[in-house]
Design a protein around this ligand. Structure first.
Ligand code: ATP
Ligand code: MG
Length: 408
């Protein structure tokens, strides 16, 4: 079957030393996973990956896959041919004829001759191709600084031609930095936190505390939509939905009124730590930002940290809301996040939350609430929804049976 060809530029990976092979393998597999069931193969050469995809795979599908995969700095649809000047010219003509240049005024040709045995030097080859551009699009003039159109030729084991070079999301391939658990609420911040950590190669699953009926079914649907929306960036994910109404009611009943939020956050950390442990993950990720709300002061975060039994990462800690919103818009979560369904009912929020808790006092207070049994039973009732690397829902099952299966 004929193939569609894309040229992919690796970024930070190419700076890796001995581990480079592992990073590259992961990147190739992540791309292939997203293109399934379509078949694809890859070839690697000096900081480039050539991706060959079955002809029947829709182009939008390939472009979406490449635009959401960390580890890719740039990519372009390309043509491949024999390393022969006339053949290259003929292919370049095909490529140029497909480009709509009606809104363009300038162009440039960039040639790279990696194969030094190719007899025509880069400069001469660029002149030959520039002449061709003039022929096909006579209105275009050369501009080496800010061209509207760039025609690239790379001479390697074959000759590769491409025009528009698109920017990728950069970062490192998901799965190269270990695994973590994202606390996903229905808000703006936590999906962005997931994006930021996946960008550094962390493989993430998500966990949502659901307080039905105080938080509605719509709130749960919203969180599921968010998980599906970020799933392509995470190369697939699972969403743990923890029914925590009993636990929250217990806190409401027994905790000091001003400490209820802190006690809830402490129990979130305890429960999340338990999932992290049983799932063999290495960290918890939250969307907290310094001083955003009362529970995000240094003292409050220091207390919740002390309750966690795993490393807690807060990638947004130094960001302001405007910056976070800009990313949320770019990754497509913003519109869902601003839907009105409250993710945590006001009855659980104190009027005057403590902003400067005493760690020892709060730890002691937490111990009086008897949260262990609530956490245990919430875990027994937890459901797991899974999403593939294209954001499609692929199944739902009970965490308890999942646990049993793991023990066998
Ligand atoms: P977000 O921070 O996602 O915009 P938010 O601002 O409503 O939502 P905060 O009260 O600021 O949430 O909570 C801080 C962080 O705690 C969130 O970013 C998220 O990581 C976690 N979190 C809050 N509520 C929940 C929940 N119901 N389930 C899971 N995690 C939650
Ligand atoms: Mg927030």
């Amino acid at each position: 079957m004929p193939k569609q060809l894309y040229l992919i530029k690796e970024g930070e990976i190419s700076l890796k030393g001995l581990n480079r092979g592992l990073f590259e393998k992961r990147l190739k597999n992540n791309i292939k996973d997203k293109l399934r069931p379509y078949h694809s193969t890859t070839q690697r050469q000096k900081g480039r990956i050539y991706l060959f995809v079955d002809e029947d795979c829709p182009r939008e599908r390939i472009e979406h896959a490449l635009a959401t995969t960390f580890g890719i700095v740039g990519w372009a649809e390309a043509l491949m041919c024999e390393k022969d000047t006339e053949t290259i010219k003929a292919k370049a003509r095909c490529l140029l004829e497909k480009v709509d240049t009606s809104a363009m005024r300038t162009f440039k040709v960039v040639c790279r001759r990696e194969d030094k045995s190719f007899p025509v030097h880069s400069y001469d080859m660029a002149c030959i191709l520039a002449e061709l551009v003039h022929e096909v699009h006579p209105q275009l003039v050369v501009d080496l600084k800010k061209p509207d159109l760039v025609l690239h030729l790379e001479v390697r084991n074959n000759a590769f031609l491409y025009t528009s070079d698109r920017s990728g999301v950069k970062g490192l391939p998901v799965g190269t930095a270990g695994r973590g658990l994202l606390l996903l609420s229905g808000g703006i911040d936590s999906p962005v936190a997931a994006y930021e950590m996946a960008k550094r190669g962390l493989k993430l699953d998500c966990l949502y505390f659901h307080a039905y009926p105080y938080t509605s079914d719509e709130a749960l649907e919203k969180v599921k939509t968010l998980a599906a929306t970020i799933a392509p960036y995470l190369n697939g994910t699972r969403l743990f939905v923890v029914p925590f109404t009993e636990g929250q009611l217990n806190i409401k009943e027994k905790a000091m009124p001003d400490a209820t939020t802190l006690m809830f956050r402490a129990s979130m950390m305890k429960l999340a730590s338990s999932v992290v442990r049983t799932e063999g993950m290495q960290c918890i990720v939250t969307g907290e930002a310094l001083s955003q709300v009362a529970s995000q002061t240094l003292a409050a975060m220091s207390f919740t940290d002390s309750m966690a039994e795993a490393l807690v990462l807060r990638p947004l800690v130094g960001m302001d809301k405007e910056e976070i919103i800009a990313i949320a818009r770019r990754i497509g979560t913003y519109e869902t996040s601003i839907l009105p369904y409250e993710d945590c009912c006001v009855i659980f929020s104190p009027k005057h939350p403590i902003t400067n808790p005493d760690k020892a006092e709060m730890t002691e207070h937490y111990a009086t609430l008897g949260m262990e049994s609530f956490i245990e039973s919430a875990l027994q009732e937890t459901k797991i929804y899974s999403y593939d690397a294209n954001g499609e829902a692929t199944g739902v099952w009970d965490f308890s049976t999942h646990l049993e299966r793991d023990q066998h």
